[in-house]
Write a protein that binds this ligand. Sequence first.
Ligand code: NAG
Ligand code: NAG
Ligand code: NAG
Length: 422
Amino acid sequence: MVRQTGKQTPRGTARLVLICVGLLGIGLIADFFWASSSRFNTSLSFSNTWSPPPNTALLSLPSKAKSKEEKGKNESQRVLLSATFADLPAPELKWDKMADAPVPRLDGAAIQIKDLLFVFAGYGTIDLVHSHVDIYNFTDNTWGGRFDMPKEMAHSHLGMVTDGRYIYVVTGQYGPQCRGPTAHTFVLDTETKTWQDLPPLPVPRYAPATQLWRGRLHVMGGSKENRHTPGLEHWSIAVKDGKALEKEWRSEIPIPRGGPHRACVVFKDRLYVIGGQEGDFMAKPGSPIFKCSRRNEVVYSDVYMLDDEMKWKTLPPMPKPDSHIEFAWAIVNNSIVIIGGTTDKHPVTKKMILVGEVFQFNLDTLKWSVIGKLPFRVKTTLVGYWKGWLYFTSGQRDRGPDDPAPKKVIGEMWRTKLKLNP
Ligand SMILES: *[C@@H]1O[C@H](CO)[C@@H](O)[C@H](O)[C@H]1NC(C)=O
Ligand SMILES: *[C@@H]1O[C@H](CO)[C@@H](O)[C@H](O)[C@H]1NC(C)=O
Ligand SMILES: *[C@@H]1O[C@H](CO)[C@@H](O)[C@H](O)[C@H]1NC(C)=O
C-alpha cells in the first residue's frame, strides 16, 4: 500500500477529455493535452488557502486516471461523474448555529465529560497550531475555561480517551505543516486541570485508535513515523485514576488493517475500530518547514471488533468509506453516531471529497443507517451529545453544495435534535 516517496518521474503527456460540468453538469467542450507530472505529489490542498487548484467547474479525465468503472471502456462510453457523486441520500435535519469556538480548528481533539466538551489543540492554519484547551458547556451553551496544554504535547493527530475524570493523551504530531510525531503521553485531571506524564508509547504514531478497555489504555494503528505508512501495532498499559500501573507498554494483537483517523469506541465490553485510511500527507523531502505534500490515500469503510476471544472480527462496513472521524462520534443509547469525515478521493479529478452525512451504527443489531444531512460537508468534526441534542464543532468544511473539496477551517458550533433509527 505504501507509495514510493522518491521523486516521481514525469508521467508523460496524457490525453485529456475536458468536460465542462457547469452548474447542471452538461456539455462536452474540447479535447486537449496536459502534461501530467504528478497525481499525488503536488502540494494540493495544503497551500496557504488549504484548497486544491481552483478548478471547480471542470472535470479533466487523464487517460491514466480512470476509475474502476471507466477501465475497459472507450471514450464514448465513459460515464461523467459529478463532483458530488459520493453524497448519499439522507434526511434533512434542522441545524441551529450556536456560539463559535474561540479559534478555528482542523485536526483538533475533543472529549465530552458530562455537560462539558473539552476541545484540544489542532491547526488554526497550516502554519499555526494551537496549544491550549477550550471548553464548551452544553447546559448554558457557552465557551470558556481556556487553559494551556503542556509544551511537549502534540498539536494534532492525538490519541485521546477519558474514564470520566482523567483524559489520557497519547502521541501525535508535534508542530505545524507535516512535522514529525512525538511519543510523549500525558494525562489531564479535568477536576484540577493539572497534567502528568505517562510512559511514552514505544514509538510515536499519528492519529492512532485509542480507548480504555478492561483497565488498560489501548493504542493501535495510526501512521508510522513518516506520517504515511500504516502501522498495525497495538499496545496497552494498565491505568487507574490517571496513573499508569505499569512501567512499560505491552504488545497486543495487531490490528488487521492499519492507518490513522478512525473512530474507536468501547461498548458493552467490546472494542470497535471504525473507518479510517491508509496513507496521509507527508513532509516534502528536504523542506525546512516540513511542507505538507499529498500522497496516495485509501479511505476505507472497515469495521473491526475485539471481544473475549481477543481475535479481531470483521463487522458490516460503513455505508461509505469514511476517515478523519476519531473525535467525530458520540454514543447515544445503543448506537454510535458519526458526523462527517473524508471519503475516497474523486476517481477522476483526484480531489479530496468531504462527507456531509450523519451515520448511525446500532451496536446491538450491527446495522448502519444514514440518519441525516449536515449543514455542509466537513471533516475532523468534534462531537458531543447532551439531552437530546447532537452537537458538532470545528473541522474543515467544503467549498459549497456543488463542490465537496475542502476549503475553510472553521470554529462554528452546530446542533440538531437527534432522532435515531430503532
Ligand atoms: C466505442 O464503443 C462504442 C459503443 O460500444 C462502439 O460503437 C465504438 O465502435 C467504440 N469505439 C472504439 C474506438 O472502440
Ligand atoms: C455549565 O453551565 C451551567 C449553567 O451556567 C452550570 O450550572 C454548570 O455548573 C456548568 N457546568 C460545569 C461542569 O461547570
Ligand atoms: C434513547 O432511549 C430512550 C429510552 O428508550 C428514549 O426515550 C430516547 O428517545 C432515545 N434517544 C434517542 C436520541 O433516540
